[in-house]
Design a protein around this ligand. Sequence first.
Ligand code: ZN
Length: 118
Amino acid sequence: MTLPKEFVAGQKEKLLAEKILLESELNKISTKDNNLEGNFDANFPDYGRSPEDNATEGEEYSSRVGIENSLELKLQDVNLALDNIKENNYGVCNKCGAELEQDRLVVMPSATRCVTCK
Ligand SMILES: [Zn+2]
């Protein structure tokens, strides 16, 4: 079974919108690494010079690193799914080649692996 063209076109729209959203979230807390495609580095916050400020900065930084990593992973999935659309491989598991459930793609347009390989 091949996915209907209109369905894939709709998924592409969703993925592009998600990509813009993820990139804008990433830009708020991190800087794009120009040397490594798709990589972002969390920005170190600057609240002041007192030990309390430094402690808060450290905490804020670790939380940014966590958020940044999870956004970055989501963005990688979105980009991968967009590549798959370009190569007419959308909806096929990257690992075992099985076709993904259309329902699953509706819920998660960036899914690139089947439930078993996830
Ligand atoms: Zn699979």
